[in-house]
Design a protein around this ligand. Structure first.
Ligand code: ADP
Length: 635
């Protein structure tokens, strides 16, 4: 046996094997596409078997025998047209013309071979090139349209068809060319072998190849969806998952229904992105959920006429669905719908079940993440409450101890001698500590109300310069030195005046507390773009770089501050920030260039200052001179 004969034998055996495989499929799960596939390989195998039989009988050279072989062989391109129709649909005239042409070519083959073999050979070449070529191109186009395994299988079918057509055309060219045809025979055999291998991949791929082909699709789906465990909005996450599932199949759409634990409904994300509920037995999805096994409905409209309109709207002609469940718990259902029946439905179902499993894992992971963050939230709330209580207890105890100690002292003294004179210093200390106590309690309440959003700001246009000036004047009245540097023009912003004054007071209080004893703090106000800026500048120890943000947190006190003073709960700046933010503004800390801390408040200016605030240059208030205050000048 020559090498060429060996290749030929292997090719023929492979074609027989492929035929048996597709026939077995077609018998077990008959569909039109499977029957047509069996017809395609049946015709090829018939040619192989008949030609061997004719050779054995010694009639291979008889014109009638050649005619029968030709007729059988010509069925193959016709079967391909039928397959094109099964896979992607063809115009009715193509199918009719194909059948008519088969009859004509069959007659020519049978009747004409004895008289005019060359004409029959040329007619066969044309028939194969025209019809087979058309089918190969249609398969290739279908491969480009589809996704995933279907695309790969379809591409293999297209390549197989093209190689097969080429091999047959070469056979007939060889017959026409009477002289040396060894080269043509080698090419023919190689093309035929490659064709049957490609057909094997397309029509009956072994499962290890399918697994390898499926893997990238699955990975792409996971890569696209894994971040969804962190997406806060459930509807958004489900809509994204649906899109990823539909894209994996190249389908017109996908829907994920989530079962309600308490009611017999499935919740879907509608077209407008809102939840929609349907009874948990409605649609193919509902039936799949009830049955808890995958379902294929080739004609959804026909199978479920009550919901025909909904299927039409979604372009859902064929629907495949699989239950989404984890460890026996029914989570929901994944439905994929397409306008055309899947080409290789067994692969699609396989993939669908895998995606349903992955969807279950992703939904479970989301639920766990949500639970964990709720738990973290609760823990955080508990921690804050604890922090709040211990800070409050600690800070309130000191002044309370003084008040109580002082009161008990007076009590004892009066018990001993009711006519004893009162101790003004002791009473003053008691009053001072009681006031401090009151301030701490209001700070606590203030922080809590702001936190819970219970504080209503009453915003009204006001000249910020006059607010800053009022604060300065108050401090001057108490004999506290403070320098102020301000603009000539009114800076009008919409503010809650008492609240803004509270913020400035608070910052000033800190500036005294943490500032330098020998250098008074300064207040500055100026305009920067569309904003007014108010700054409180001190020359104290300042704030470490890493703490400029943290000092605005609730109860946070810089370690350095504890050494300076023990009075303070670390709520003042938190309150300041909340109030400023309620005004739509910002507050931050910077370093005073000459050392110390500068706190800046930025507030948006009113675009048009109401006339009562328009200040003219000659009315400019008499700001105290800032000459000699280099910190302010530098700042
Ligand atoms: P309290 O002053 O009651 O501790 P605050 O919220 O007002 O609370 O301030 C928080 C922390 O910010 C203070 O403990 C201190 O460490 C730091 N801080 C605030 N103002 C200044 C400042 N002017 N200079 C240096 N550190 C400051």
């Amino acid at each position: 046996m020559t090498a060429l004969e060996l290749i030929s034998l292997v090719t023929q055996v492979l074609f027989v094997g492929l035929f048996v495989a597709v026939l077995w499929h077609a018998i077990r799960h008959p569909t039109r596409a499977r029957t047509d596939t069996a017809l395609l390989f049946g015709s090829i195998v018939a040619v192989v078997v008949l030609s061997r039989a004719f050779q054995w009988l010694g009639v291979a050279e008889q014109p009638w025998a050649v005619g029968v072989l030709l007729l059988t062989l010509n069925v193959a391109p016709y079967a391909m047209i039928r397959l094109v129709d099964d896979f992607s649909g063809t115009a009715a005239w193509v199918r009719v013309a194909g059948a008519a042409a088969l009859v004509v070519i069959g007659l020519i083959s049978l009747v004409g071979f004895a008289t005019a073999p060359v004409i029959v050979e040329i007619a066969t070449i044309v028939w194969f090139l025209a019809v087979g070529g058309y089918a190969a191109i249609a398969f290739a186009r279908e491969a480009r349209r589809t996704r995933g395994i279907t695309r790969r299988r379809m591409a293999a079918v297209a390549i197989g068809a093209a190689l097969f057509i080429a091999a047959i055309v070469l056979v007939f060219l060889g017959a026409l060319a009477s002289n040396d045809t060894v080269m043509l025979s080698v090419l023919t055999q190689l093309f035929a072998l490659a064709a049957v291998l490609a057909f094997f991949l397309g029509f009956a791929p072994p499962s290890w190849i399918r697994r390898a082909w499926r893997e990238p699709d699955l990975r792409a789906f996971l890569e696209r969806s894994v971040h969804l465990t962190g997406v806060a909005d459930d509807r958004q996450a489900i809509a994204d998952l649906q899109r990823a599932a539909a894209d994996t199949f190249g389908a017109s759409g996908a829907a994920i229904g989530i079962a309600d634990p308490d009611r017999p409904v499935l919740r879907y994300v509608g077209r407008d992105g809102e939840w929609v509920e349907y009874p948990n037995d409605a649609f193919v999805g509902g039936r799949t959920f009830q049955a808890q096994h995958r379902m294929v409905v080739m004609d959804a409209v026909g199978a479920d006429p009550d919901n025909a309109a909904a299927y039409e709207r979604a372009g859902a002609h064929t629907v495949i669905a699989a239950p989404v469940s984890a460890e026996g718990r029914r989570i929901g259902v994944l439905t994929v719908y397409a306008d055309r029946a899947p080409i290789f439905i067994e692969d699609d179902l396989w993939l669908l079940e895998l995606l349903a499993d992955q969807t279950a894992v992703l939904l479970e992971a989301r639920a766990l993440t949500t639970q964990a963050s709720e738990l973290r939230g609760r823990e955080e709330a508990a921690r804050l409450k604890e922090e709040f209580l211990s800070a409050a207890a600690h800070d309130l105890r000191t002044p309370l101890t003084v008040v109580l100690g002082q009161a008990e002292l007076i009590e004892r003294r009066l018990l001993r001698d009711p006519s004893a004179p009162v101790d003004p210093a002791g009473i003053a200390r008691m009053a001072r500590e009681a006031r401090h106590l009151r301030d701490l309690v209001s700070e606590l309440l203030d922080a809590q109300r702001l936190e819970q959003g219970l504080t209503v700001m009453e915003l009204a246009p006001a000249d910020l310069g006059s607010i800053v000036e009022a604060v300065r004047a108050r401090h001057a009245d108490h004999g506290v030195p403070l320098v102020l540097d301000g603009p000539d023009e009114a800076l009008v912003a919409s503010v809650d005046r008492p609240r803004l004054e509270q913020v400035i007071e608070n910052l000033l209080e800190n500036a005294y507390k943490y500032g330098a004893d020998d250098k008074p703090p300064a207040l500055r106000i100026w305009q920067e773009g569309a904003e007014a800026r108010i700054a409180v500048v001190d020359h104290g120890a300042g704030i470490a770089d890493g703490e400029r943000e943290r000092i605005f947190e609730r109860f946070y006190r810089a370690p350095r501050a504890r050494g300076i003073t023990d009075t303070g709960m670390g709520l003042g700046l938190y309150i300041c920030r909340r109030i400023v933010e309620e005004h739509g503004g910002r507050i931050w800390a910077e370093r005073t260039p000459t050392g110390g801390a500068t706190f800046v408040i930025a507030l948006a200016l009113e675009p048009e200052a109401p006339s009562e605030f328009v200040r003219h240059a000659h009315e400019a208030p008499t700001w105290p001179s800032t000459a000699g205050n280099e910190a302010v000048a530098d700042a």
